[in-house]
Structure formats: structure tokens, C-alpha cells
Ligand binder design. Sequence first.
Ligand code: FAD
Ligand code: FES
Length: 537
Amino acid sequence: MEKEYQEAAVARVEDLANGDMKQVKVGDTDVLLVRLPDHFYALGAKCTHYGAPLVKGVLHESRVICPWHHSCFDVRSGRHLEPPGCDGLPTFAVRTEGDDVVVRVPKPAPQEVVAEMAQQKSDQPVHVVLGGGAAGAYAAEAIREGGFTGRVVLVSKEEQLPYDRPKASKQYLQGAADDNAMPLRSPEFYRQHDIELMLGKEVTEVDVVQKEIKFTNGESLRYDGIVMCTGGKVQTLPVPGSDLKNVFTLRSWQDSKAIREAAQQAKRAVVIGASFIGLEGAAGLQKHGCAVTVVAPEEVPFGKVWGDAVGKWIQGLHEQKGVTFQLGAKVKALKGTSQVEGVVLESGETLPADLVLVGIGVKPNTDFIKGVDKADDGGLIASNYLKVTNGCYAAGDIVQFPFRDSHARIEHWRVACQQGRVAGHNLAGKKEAYTAVPFFWTAQQGTNIRYVGHVKDYDVTFHDGNVGDESFLVYYVKDGALKAVLGVNRDPDVDAIEELMRLNKVPSATELQGPIDWIDRLHRLSQEDNQRHFAHH
Ligand SMILES: Cc1cc2nc3c(=O)[nH]c(=O)nc-3n(C[C@H](O)[C@H](O)[C@H](O)COP(=O)(O)OP(=O)(O)OC[C@H]3O[C@@H](n4cnc5c(N)ncnc54)[C@H](O)[C@@H]3O)c2cc1C
Ligand code: FES
């Protein structure tokens, strides 16, 4: 059957200057129209991750960066350049007719485009992806995208298909997302692309020298190549009573489901730990009607990572919604007969609780991996190709990778996705270095916080806007250079900052003390690039 199309004159040529984007409509389809020096381009207008309007993001050369979580697409091809989100965007035919820009869109218009992947031609060699989280999901697809035609096996101890873990402490926990919203892909997707799923299979040992993995049921699997993506192991509270009923940690979809169910019966919840999971969890528990108290040893939540001003502001966001805090407090025991009834503090005070959520961090889940060197924290040490040793790559929360002048291990969703993709490509025979700028987001009582770059123990901060204003940026500076930026309601600026960091074009610490127009700075860079491009030709 012949394909049907609809077309429309969507803009005048002079409506867009070089480097401009505009969202237009062809029939019911939202289209992103982009003008680059050589041509107009038209593509899907919504990010393939959570559907953000890309026109609100930032364009640099042919890369458009999503305003929400920094997925990145090539506007010429629609190709998905950076996660999150899995797929590329559809591209549509554009032509100019006199002064009009005309776009032609198929009926119905596709929403996303899956990258090309090789099919399996033989059951040898065998590449295993160990872990079905962020890094694992992207690694498995990347092995096929990289052209590998042997057998690809994705092993996970979780029963579920790879899923959207960040939702487990946000939309899903709050009851705003259901089970259907969690998986990243359907079972058919994995079948179509010859990615064999071994779900609900826990690995007890990986022998990297013998290239063999062993499962709890005594079975084993020999492999030729492996990407290790086993993520973080949640820390439990080393105090009496931590095994009581209704004491939870939150790492998985199943954890979130169990907490959500228990929260419906609970009245008083205590969250132990005032970091990302703890505070997102606190907000989630409130949605089910629980009165929530957060207990943590630090005096200010996030004080160490983001500074006291930001920490106190975040604490305030929660307090305004009725969360109470017991800071500078340590837990001595959890008490109760079969179910938890209270949290005993070292001060002697007991906080009544019928639900406790422990969010005190994770450690790399690597104890069962034998035959490789590990860092002090248990992370696997990898090269910038994410190679650990011959035939063995690592990605995500477990990997210590070269970062600036040393190594870092970063527990962010997007980083894990990016690394999974790089490791998978490399296992398939490519040679890609992992060079992305780290990016992280969190939602605190409905306020989205974006953080780009990475720094521990910064020396000084500068602010654009005051912390707590409707919108602001905080610049984290170390050794006289900008290392990380936190942004609230400044999405395009944070996009531009990431791009400038990627290109190594960030301003000096002195400049950061005055006003900076980040978008303009990036645009000027694009113009310089264009001038160079045309001078060259
Ligand atoms: C609730 C929650 C919310 C989060 N929210 C955000 C957010 O908003 N923004 C952000 O940037 N980051 C967020 N993060 C962090 C982010 O999810 C992680 O950095 C990311 O998931 C790491 O990916 P990974 O693939 O390394 O590990 P994981 O996603 O943890 O996946 C590890 C996988 O390995 C499997 N596995 C482990 N051991 C074995 C074994 N022995 N045998 C078989 N399989 C095994 C596990 O079952 C799992 O499938 C959140 C994390 C959590 C827990
Ligand atoms: S909506 Fe675009 S990256 Fe999340």
C-alpha cells in the first residue's frame, strides 16, 4: 500500500535565522523545524525519553539537547546521540517554495526511530551483559548496534525487563505511574533484535580469567566477552531491628512496589538518610498520607555535595510540605515485635513509626567478580574505553573510569546509560572513548534540580540568582576552574553549560563572578564554527 503524506507551509524562510529552532504543526504532528547554514531540517518535536519539547532545549551545530534530562539528537539525521531515552527522532522532508518552508510528514507520523542493529547469525561467539539496569540495557543494544552477529545474553537477577529505575523513587512510588510505565523496552523488542534475556537469574561468581559465570542454581555459562553492569548494592542499617517487617530499602521497582503497598496502611514513616533516595522517598510516602520524619547524622542535607545554602533550601522545600527533620541524629535501633514500631535514636528518643525507609547509600556490587583488580570501594577500574581487561568491560555505578586527572565512579542514570552504550560498542569491536560530561537530575517535592559536571570538595561557589529564588544557578569551582553547576528552572542554561563543558569552553572563575549569558556564549561559538567552516570551503 502506498504511504500517505500530508504537507504544509509551516514558516517563512526569514522567520528563522541560522541556528534557530521553531515548533510547528503539520496536521496533528508536532514538528521541530531547524535552520542550519546549509538547509532547513524537520524532525519529531518531542524527546523520545519523557516527551519534553525539544524547542525549549539548546541547539549547537547539529546537536539538539533536551531541556529536561539532556538526551541529545542530531537534527540532520534524527540519530539519538546521548541518552536517556532509547531512540532517535523521525526526520521529515523539507523544501522551500519561494518564501515558504514546506514540510512533508507521513500519515501516521512515527514517534521514534530505533537504531539499526545487526541480527544474530551464529550462536558463537557469546557476549554476556551482566545486569539488566541502565548500563546493561544500553550495553546489550549497543553490542547489536555495533554490528555483532554472535549470541547476546542479558542476565539479570531481577525478574523484570530492564526498567526506568529513577521512577522507582518518584512517579511510581507516588502512585503517579503504573507498571506499564516502567519497562524501557517490550519483550518483542528483545526478540526482534536477538537479545536473549535471562531474567531472575542471580550470578554467584564471575571468573574473568576463565570467562565463565556461575548461577545460584549451579548452572554456568561460558562467554567470549562481557560487560559488567551490576550496579549498586544498597547499604542496610547495622543496628538491631533492621530486619523487622516494614523496614525497607529502595533500589528496585519491586522495592518501590512493596513500599507503596505498605504506605497505604502506614500512618507514620521515618526515613533514615537525607540524600536523594531518602528525600525523594519522603515525598513519595507523603503522597500516601504518611506523616514523615527524616533522620540523618549530617546537620544539613546535601551540605557536603551541594553546600549548606542549597541543602537548607531543599530541606525547606520538604518542611513546607510537612516533612519534619531530625538532623545531627544517629539511629541506635529499630524496635517492634514483628513489625517496626519505632526508631530509637542515640539520644534516647524514640520516634514512633509503622514504616521505615533506609536510604544510606550503595556500594559497587562486585563481590562475586573474581580475577580483576578492584578499587578500594570495590569498583572495577577501567580505561577510558571502559575496558577492564581482555574481553571484559564495565559500565554504570560499578566502574571507576578516568575522569579529569584521576578516576571517578559516578552513580547517575544518564552516565550509566552512556557508559553502557560505549562499553557495548567497544565489545562489538568499535573504539569509542567515554568522554561525556556527567549530568544528574533529582525531583525534590516537585522542584526539578539539574546538576552538570562533577566535583568533590569544591573550593568555592558563585551564584547566578539567589538560592531559593524561582530560578538560579550555583557554580562549583575547584582549583580556579568551573567543575560543576546546579540549576533550578534554568534548563536551557544548563544545556548550554554542558555543551560548553564538553567543548572545553567554560569561562574562567573570575568571569563566573559576573553575569554570563550562557546561550549567547554557545551561539557565538556556533557562529565562529560556521565562519571557520565556510572559510575552509
Ligand atoms: C530509586 C532510584 C532512583 C534514582 N533516581 C535517579 C535520578 O533521578 N537521576 C539519576 O541520574 N540517577 C538516579 N538514580 C541512580 C541511577 O538509577 C543509577 O545510577 C543507575 O541505575 C545505575 O545503573 P547500573 O546499570 O550501573 O545499575 P543498576 O541500574 O542498579 O542495575 C544493576 C543490575 O544488575 C543486576 N545484578 C546485580 N547483581 C547481580 C547478580 N549477582 N546477578 C545477576 N544480576 C545482578 C541487577 O538486578 C540490576 O538489573 C536512582 C537510583 C535509584 C535506586
Ligand atoms: S525528556 Fe528528554 S531527556 Fe528526558
